[in-house]
Design a protein. Structure first.
Length: 590
């Protein structure tokens, strides 16, 4: 089997190494593996430059520096793994540039999404990173945004021309790329689809601590988002998990609580008491608290614009703002309730970027003159979602992962449309069948309160995600041994000379030398691609796995909840309502 690994972005070393582990597993099993790399064809701006915290407006020298680092890391990995490789640049001819410049010069902002090349909707596929980078949920672009978009379009056009020639020359049986939603990756996959060639997307696992030492492999674009509907999950969701599996989930939860990872948008809990939180929002002790967690609007919009997710068409609430407005009206005349609206931190500048979304500006103008029993939790409040959970009676979620984060403490969560949720299985929460049922479900959840079973469902789902969906590649990414005294002196000297890239190169070389060949999960990494499966999950038989008892699972989870409580609460205060809620959850006997 001839397999192309489309890998134009090598700046993020750990991603390149993870991708190389999969390529090596296939190579070790006798397949012809070729790496498709970039020599600078995307030098106006690309994902690697974004990872280096550059922008399209950064200087040419800054961009070229990233290109040079990218090429160095690519060459080092290709040499060490002994991969065959081809360079995208070599498949572009002089006439291509003239054709591309002609398209760019004549494209109109009114109908640019209709631009196609070789029957590929390049105009829309070029939008993905552009929309995410600028946090846009509309195509009404400023002049600056329009000029930036044309850079992404330029890259996609170059890949379209070069890609067709690559396919003609190499004639692969299948291709893979790391995150096929990225615009140039998407174009390459679209060319494969036109030729009836299957394509696979690779991605790091969802466990925060082990994200870079695990890999998911799915055919196509959306399959990884549909694991909540898979047959293995249907069976495993009813099976108790072991103490070891509970511990793996707990390690993920601990990383969430530390809130140091750039992919964790919430701040860390400061150990606030329930009383101080109620005082902050002006909530009387007699009121039940509803917490509505909003999602960032640009991610779903970007997915819909590039044809990998269905448009967000809600029979109940057409937009998130409609949803919030309906909730506001629901609580307006309910003296027993208080609504906290939590705006997603990604809408505002955060530890990953400094961009303020257009929806954030809209929300700032919208959330004024609210009823006295409604308050907004803005990111600048710096209140953790886990602190808010202390006073939350019911969580209200649309498409955010906060439904999981609240559930892992026992908080009941209500959804208004299961069809729009891809982040986790909707059955973990209460799911409404219509507008009247939605508000009825909120009252049902209020009556039933916090529950250990809510926690159990979350732990089983996360365990499935970490143990079955993600494939362990840690032995292929072994860290180098501690450097000797001479090494430390050498590295320190290089740092003093400001030669950080030389330090990184030496560390990368040592890391490559310590890896295992082949990795222990070579077959698991290869099997979906070899057999043209949607993923390796098709071959999982849950009945073959050793099952824990319900009692063992309950004991292990209760122990973890107790530790989690100590981390968030900082002190055990019997009079605090959070203490009371956790004790209620821990009162389970089976």
């Amino acid at each position: 089997m001839r397999i192309l690994f489309f890998s134009p972005h090598a700046y993020v070393t750990v991603h390149s190494l993870s991708e190389a582990i999969v390529a090596e597993a296939l190579k070790e099993r006798g397949h012809d593996v070729t790496i498709v790399s970039c020599g600078g064809v995307l030098s106006k701006f690309c994902i690697s430059m974004s990872a280096a915290r550059l922008s399209p407006q950064s200087s040419t020298s800054e961009k070229e520096n990233v290109c040079e680092i990218c090429r160095e890391r690519r060459d080092l990995i290709i040499k060490e793994f002994r991969f065959s490789s081809i360079n995208i640049d070599e498949y572009l001819i002089k006439d291509d540039e003239a054709s591309i410049q002609n398209i760019i010069s004549n494209i109109c902002q009114v109908d640019f999404t209709g631009l196609t090349l070789m029957d590929i909707p390049v105009g829309r596929y070029a939008l993905y990173e552009f929309l995410l980078h600028n946090k846009l949920n509309t195509l009404s672009l400023t002049n600056v945004e329009w000029e930036e978009y044309k850079i992404y379009l330029y890259n996609c056009l170059r890949i379209a021309y070069a890609g067709n020639r690559i396919f003609e020359d190499v004639k692969p049986d299948t291709i893979t790329t790391y995150n096929s939603l990225y615009s140039v990756n998407h174009i390459f996959c679209a060319i494969a689809e036109q030729r009836g060639i299957p394509h696979y997307t690779l991605h790091g696992g969802n466990h925060i601590k082990y994200r870079y030492s695990s890999m998911t492999i799915f055919r196509g674009y959306l399959a990884s988002s549909l694991i909540t509907r898979t047959e293995p999950w249907g069976k495993l969701s009813k099976m108790p998990i072991s103490a070891n599996q509970v511990q793996v989930v707990a390690e993920h939860v601990e990383e969430l609580l530390k809130a140091k990872d750039p992919f964790v948008y919430s701040t860390a809990s400061k150990g606030e008491s329930s009383e101080s939180l109620r005082k902050y929002f002006g909530i009387g002790s007699e009121k039940k608290v509803l917490l509505a967690t909003m999602a960032s609007a640009d991610e779903r919009f970007a997915g819909a614009m590039i044809d990998v997710m269905p448009p967000l068409v809600e029979p109940m609430f057409p937009t998130q703002i409609d949803w919030i407005n309906a909730l506001t009206e629901f609580v307006r005349n309910r003296n027993d309730l208080f609504l906290i609206i939590r705006v997603h931190p990604r809408e505002f500048p955060n530890k990953r970027d400094g961009v303020l979304s257009k929806q954030a500006v809209q929300l700032q103008n919208l959330f004024v003159n609210l009823p006295s029993n409604v308050s907004v939790n803005w990111p600048h409040d710096e209140i953790s979602i886990y602190s808010l959970a202390k006073i939350t009676d019911v969580g209200l979620n649309a498409t955010s992962t906060t439904g999981i984060e609240l559930g892992m403490l026992g908080v009941p969560v209500v959804l208004y449309d299961a069809d729009q949720l891809f982040a986790y299985p909707p059955e973990i929460n209460y799911v409404a069948s219509g507008p009247d049922d939605y508000f009825n479900k909120i009252d049902v959840a209020l009556r039933q309160g916090w529950s250990f079973e809510n926690v159990r469902k979350v732990y089983r789902w996360l365990s499935y995600n970490f143990q079955y969906v993600a494939i362990d590649i840690s032995d292929g990414l072994r860290k180098p041994e501690a450097p000797s005294f001479c090494d430390r002196v050498y590295y320190d000297l290089l740092r003093r000379l400001n030669k950080h890239r030389l330090v990184e190169r030496q560390v990368l070389i040592r890391r490559l030398k310590k890896r295992n060949i082949p990795v222990k999960n070579s077959e698991l990494l290869s099997i979906a691609i070899e057999q043209n499966l949607e993923s390796h999950l098709e071959l999982i038989n849950p009945d073959q796995w050793v099952q824990a008892t319900l009692e063992e699972e309950t004991t292990a989870i209760k122990n973890q909840i107790s530790e989690l409580f100590q981390f968030i609460a900082l002190k055990d205060d019997p009079s605090d309502e959070f203490t009371h809620r956790i004790n209620q959850v821990l009162s389970v006997t089976k």
